[in-house]
Ligand binder design. Structure first.
Ligand code: B3K
Ligand code: ZN
Length: 892
C-alpha cells in the first residue's frame, strides 16, 4: 500500500458548498442518489476525483448530461470526471450492501437497524465523494424506507419534514445548517425507544436532548442523558461554548468498532457507553459513560465547528477533546466537595488518566508503531487512532494549559474559535492561537521549542540533580532531557540527538519531616514551582532552604516524561506519607512498589528465594491505616503498578517473571495485612448501604472494598471464598457483584468460581453487555489457558462479528492475561484470530495485530515465537491494508 506523507498535502481543487443525498434504504441493497454542486477553485481543467469503495455505479450525470463509461474513469478507489466549466453539478447514483458489510464502516446493519460510521474514510463506502475533511458542505438528506421496519429515520441537523409514501414506505428530510466534512455525516434507521430532555442554552435558546436505544433498554439511558445535560452546561460555563442545534441526538448501537462517534447532532455510540443501571453497570462504566458522552459532545466545537485540514492533524481535535473530557470528569468528581476532598478527587482522576497513559501510550511510544502526536506518514489512517494521538495529545494540550494558566488557556481557546470557526485547520493553527496569549504573558518568549512535541516521538527522560549548599542554605536543581530514538528512527543513520522540548516541570521541596518548603521563583513565594526546561540542561537555584531538602518531582504529572532521580527508599517512604501534592505522593508509593517488584523479577529469574522487604509492607500498612485519605485515593495508592507498566521497565521483557513477581507481592501483602484488609472490607461495606450512586465517595468505598477482597483472595485467606461468595450472591449492584465474581474466579477453590460463573450466565444471558463481563472475567483469570479460550469461543453466546464480544474474550486474553497468552500456544492462537478478523473487520483485526508488536524486546524464547506468528499473518493472501501496515512495521 502507498505511504501518505504529511508534507504532500494539496488543497482540493473544488469547493462543494451544497450536497443533496437521497437514500432508498434497504438492508440487502441501498440506493444512494447524490447531487453535488461544485465550484472550481484550482487550475482550469482540474479533474474532479471522487473516492468510492465497495460501491456499484448506476449512473453519472454531469451538468445535466448523462455520461457514458468512456466519459469518466473508474477504478477500485476513485471515480474521476473531467469538467470544463467552473460551476458543476454532478449527480451520481450508486448501490451498496449494508447486510454484507462486516467492516462496520460505511452503511451497515446492527440488529434490525441501519447505522453509518464514516470517520475517517467510511463515507466513500456510501457514495462517491471527495472524502477528505477539508471539503466542507451543507447537507440536505432524504431518507426513505419501510415504515414498519424503520419507523425512525434520523440524520444530522434539523428535521424539515416527514411523510408517508406508497407501499408501506415513508420518508424524512433532514437539513444540517452547519457546513461539515463527510466524516461527520450520519444516518440511523430503525426502531428505538427514546428518552429526552428539554433544555435552555445559556443564551436562552430551547433545545432537545435525546438518547435512543433498543426497545426494552429505555430504563438504562437515564445516566447517559443526565451526563449529556451536564456536559452541555459544563461547556457553557468553562469554555463559553453553546449548543448550536435545536436537537442533539445520541443513538446506541450494539455493533460498533470503537467507543462512539461525534457526527454533527447525531452521535452514534457503542451501547456500552450509553446503557447503565446499578444492576448491570459498574462504577467504572458509569464514569466511562460520563466521559465519553462528554467527549463526543465537546467535539461539537473542538472537531466539528473547527475541524482538521487533513488526517495528520487528528490530534488537533482528539488531544484537545480528550483534555476537555478529562477536565469535565474531574470537575464532576469534585463537584460539591470541600476543597481538600475536591483536590483528592481530582488527583484520583489524574492518577487514573496517567495510569492509562503509561499502560497503553508509553509502550506504543517505545515500539515499532511509535509516532509523533502529529504523524508524518501513514498507510492506513484507521491505524492512527492511537493512545499517542489521543492520550499523549491530551498531555500536550494540558502542558499548554499549565504554561498559560486557566484564564490564559481560555483566552487562547477564544482566540482559536475567533480565528477558525467554520474551517478546517492544522495543529500549528491551534498553537498559534495559544502562543498569541503566551507572548503577551511572557514578553520575549514564544512556543517555538514547545512545538517540537508535535513532531517528536518517544517518551523523553528528564534527569534531576539536586545540589544542596548547607553553608549558603541554597539548593541547585539541574534538569537535563534526553529522548532515545524510537520506531523507524532507529533504522536511520546516523542518529543525531533529537532537539530539546519545552517541558513544564512542576517541583516542590520537602524538609526531613515532610513539610513543604516555600520556594521563591520569578518574584513569587510558592509551594510548587513550574520550571520551563527548554534546553538540554538547565539549572535553577533556590535560596532560604534551611536543611537538605527532598525533591517532589513532576507534581501532578506536569509533562508526559519519565523522571530519573536517585531517591533513597527512606526518601520515597517520606514522600509517600507526607507529600502535599497527592499525585506525587501516590507516585512515591508506586516507585517503592516498582523497586520491590523489580527485585522479585530478578529473584525469579535467578531462581533465588523471594523476599519482600518488611519496610515495604510497613509503607503499605501506613496507607491502609491512614483515615485522612479518601477511600478512592487509598484504593489507588494500594494498587500495585500494572504488569504492562512493569514490563516496560525490564529488558529483556520476561512476562512470566513479571506476572509471577506481582502475584507473589499481592499474595504477601494479602497475607501480612490480612486483618487490615478485613477491616477495610467491612467498614467500606457498611459505608455503601445507601441507595446506589456512582459518586466519588461510594465508588471509592466499593473500589477499596473490592481491592481488599482481591488481596484477601490473593493471600489465600481462609475466609476469602466465603466473603467473596457472600458479596457475589448478595450484591445489590454490578460493581460489588463483579468484585465478588472476580475474587471467586481468581482464588484457589475452582468449584466456587465455576458455580458463580454458571449462576451469572443464567442470570444475565439476555443482556449482551453483562455477558461481555462474563467473558472478560474468564479471559483475564490467571488460570485461563488457550484451551479455555478456545472452549469459550464455542459457547453459543460467542461471536467474532460483534466487536464488543471479540474484545471481551480474545483481546482481553491476548492483551491482559500475561500468564495465559505469553506461550507459544498463546501466540499461535493470537495469529489465528488476527487472520480470522482480518477478513471480517480490518480495523478491529489491526488493533489485535498490535498486541505483541514490541516483541523484539522480549526474552529470546518468546521473541522467536512471536516473530513466527507475525510472519504467518504476513503470508495471509488477503491481508487488509490495516493489518499489513502493522505487521510490516512490527517485522522491520
Ligand atoms: N472520532 C471518533 C473516532 C473515529 C475512529 C475511526 N476509526 C471517536 C472519538 O474520538 O470521539
Ligand atoms: Zn474524539
Amino acid at each position: 500500500a502507498p505511504t501518505i506523507s504529511r508534507h504532500d498535502y494539496q488543497p482540493y481543487p473544488y469547493r462543494l458548498p451544497q450536497v443533496e443525498l437521497v437514500f432508498d434504504l434497504d438492508d440487502v441493497q441501498s440506493r444512494v442518489t447524490s447531487k453535488l454542486s461544485f465550484e472550481r477553485v484550482g487550475a482550469e481543467g482540474s479533474p474532479l476525483v471522487l473516492n468510492g469503495e465497495d460501491l456499484a455505479l448506476e449512473s453519472v450525470v454531469l451538468n445535466g448530461r448523462k455520461l457514458d463509461a468512456g466519459d469518466y474513469q473508474l477504478n477500485e478507489e476513485t471515480l474521476t470526471v473531467f469538467p470544463t466549466e467552473a460551476a458543476i453539478t454532478l449527480e451520481v447514483v450508486s448501490l451498496c450492501k449494508p447486510a454484507q458489510n462486516s467492516t462496520l464502516m460505511g452503511l451497515y446493519v446492527s440488529g434490525n437497524n441501519l447505522f453509518t460510521q464514516c470517520e475517517a474514510e467510511g463515507f466513500r463506502r456510501i457514495t462517491w465523494f471527495p472524502d477528505r475533511p477539508d471539503v466542507m458542505s451543507r447537507y440536505r438528506v432524504t431518507l426513505r424506507g419501510d415504515k414498519a421496519r424503520y419507523p425512525l429515520l434520523l440524520s444530522n441537523g434539523n428535521l424539515l419534514e416527514s411523510q408517508d409514501l406508497p407501499d408501506g414506505r415513508h420518508q424524512a428530510i433532514w437539513e444540517d445548517p452547519h457546513p461539515k466534512p463527510s466524516y461527520l455525516f450520519a444516518l440511523v434507521a430503525g426502531d428505538f425507544s427514546c428518552r429526552e430532555q428539554a433544555i435552555q442554552t445559556a443564551s436562552g435558546r430551547d433545545a432537545l436532548l435525546q438518547v435512543y436505544s433498543d426497545r426494552g433498554s429505555e430504563d438504562k439511558t437515564e445516566w447517559a442523558l443526565d451526563s449529556l445535560a451536564r456536559a452541555v452546561k459544563w461547556d457553557e460555563t468553562r469554555f463559553g461554548l453553546e449548543l448550536d442545534l435545536d436537537r442533539f441526538m445520541v443513538v446506541a448501537a450494539r455493533d460498533f468498532n470503537m467507543g462512539a462517534m461525534e457526527n454533527k447532532g447525531l452521535n452514534v455510540f457503542n451501547s456500552s457507553y450509553v446503557l447503565a443501571d446499578p444492576d448491570t453497570a459498574t462504577d467504572a462504566s458509569y464514569h466511562a459513560i460520563e466521559g465519553v458522552i462528554g467527549h463526543e459532545y465537546f467535539h461539537n466545537w473542538t472537531g466539528n465547528r473547527v475541524t482538521c485540514r487533513d488526517w495528520f492533524q487528528l490530534s488537533l481535535k482528539e488531544g484537545l477533546t480528550v483534555f476537555r473530557d478529562q477536565e469535565f470528569s474531574a470537575d464532576m468528581m469534585a463537584h460539591g466537595l470541600t476543597q481538600g476532598e475536591a483536590a483528592s478527587a481530582r488527583a484520583v482522576k489524574r492518577i487514573d488518566d496517567v495510569t492509562a497513559l503509561r499502560t497503553a501510550q508509553f509502550p506504543e511510544d517505545a515500539g515499532p508503531m511509535a509516532h509523533p502526536i502529529r504523524p508524518e506518514s501513514y498507510q492506513e489512517i484507521g491505524n492512527f487512532y492511537t493512545a499517542t494521538v489521543y492520550e499523549k495529545g491530551a498531555e500536550v494540550i494540558r502542558m499548554q494549559h499549565t504554561l498559560l494558566g486557566e484564564s490564559g488557556f481560555r483566552a487562547g481557546m477564544d482566540e482559536y474559535f475567533r480565528r477558525h470557526d467554520g474551517s478546517a485547520v492544522t495543529c500549528d493553527d491551534f498553537v498559534n492561537a495559544m502562543e498569541s496569549v503566551y507572548i503577551k504573558q511572557n514578553p520575549g518568549k514564544d512556543l517555538k521549542v514547545f512545538r517540537q512535541w508535535y513532531s517528536q516521538a518517544g517518551t523523553p527522560r528528564v534527569k534531576v540533580e539536586l545540589d544542596y549548599n548547607a553553608a549558603a542554605k541554597s539548593c541547585r536543581i539541574t534538569l537535563s532531557q534526553h529522548c532515545e530514538p524510537v520506531g523507524i528512527e532507529k533504522l536511520r543513520e546516523p542518529q543525531s540527538e533529537k532537539p530539546p522540548l519545552l517541558i513544564p516541570f512542576a517541583l516542590g521541596l520537602l524538609d526531613e519531616h515532610g513539610n513543604g518548603i516555600s520556594l521563591k521563583h520569578e518574584g513569587k513565594q510558592l509551594d510548587t514551582v513550574v520550571l520551563e526546561l527548554d534546553t538540554r540542561r538547565q539549572t535553577w537555584e533556590f535560596g532560604n532552604i534551611p536543611s537538605q531538602p527532598i525533591p517532589s518531582l513532576l507534581r501532578n504529572f506536569s509533562a508526559p516524561v519519565i523522571v530519573d532521580y536517585a531517591y533513597s527508599t527512606a526518601q520515597l517512604a517520606l514522600l509517600a506519607q507526607h507529600d502535599s501534592d497527592p499525585f506525587a505522593r501516590w507516585e512515591a508509593g508506586q516507585e517503592l512498589a516498582t523497586r520491590q517488584l523489580l527485585k522479585l523479577v530478578a529473584a525469579i529469574q535467578a531462581k533465588a528465594p523471594l523476599d519482600v522487604d518488611p519496610e515495604f509492607i510497613e509503607s503499605w500498612r501506613a496507607v491502609l491505616q491512614d483515615q485522612q485519605l479518601t477511600p478512592a485515593y487509598r484504593s489507588r495508592a494500594l494498587t500495585l503498578p500494572g504488569e504492562k507498566i512493569l514490563l516496560e521497565k525490564t529488558l529483556p521483557m520476561d512476562p512470566a517473571a513479571v506476572a509471577g513477581a506481582r502475584r507473589h507481592l499481592r499474595e504477601t501483602l494479602g497475607r501480612e495485612l490480612a486483618p487490615l484488609w478485613l477491616e477495610a472490607l467491612h467498614s467500606a461495606d457498611s459505608g455503601t448501604s445507601a441507595p446506589y450512586s456512582p459518586n466519588g465517595l461510594q465508588a471509592g468505598l466499593r473500589s477499596l472494598k473490592n481491592l481488599a477482597l482481591a488481596y484477601l483472595a490473593a493471600g489465600n485467606h481462609p475466609q476469602a471464598t466465603d466473603l467473596a461468595s457472600r458479596q457475589y450472591y448478595e450484591a445489590r449492584n454490578m460493581t460489588d457483584r463483579m468484585g465478588g465474581l472476580a475474587a471467586l474466579v481468581n482464588q484457589q477453590d475452582a468449584s466456587a468460581g465455576a458455580q458463580a460463573l454458571q449462576h451469572f450466565y443464567e442470570q444475565w444471558q439476555h443482556n449482551p453487555l453483562v455477558i461481555d463481563r462474563w467473558f472478560t472475567v474468564q479471559a483475564t483469570a490467571p488460570s485461563t489457558r488457550v484451551s479455555t479460550v478456545r472452549t469459550l469461543m464455542q459457547h453459543p453466546a460467542f461471536t467474532l462479528r460483534n466487536p464488543n464480544r471479540a474484545r471481551s474474550l480474545i483481546f482481553q486474553f491476548c492483551m491482559n492475561n500475561l500468564q495465559g497468552a505469553h506461550t507459544s500456544e498463546g501466540y499461535e492462537f493470537w495469529a489465528d484470530q488476527v487472520i480470522a478478523l482480518n477478513d471480517m473487520n480490518p480495523e478491529i483485526a489491526a488493533r489485535l495485530a498490535r498486541a505483541f508488536d514490541n516483541w523484539s524486546r522480549y526474552i529470546p524464547a518468546n521473541r522467536e515465537a512471536i516473530r513466527q506468528s507475525y510472519e504467518r499473518i504476513q503470508q495471509h493472501p488477503t491481508l487488509s491494508r490495516n493489518v499489513a501496515e502493522i505487521v510490516t512495521k512490527a517485522l522491520k
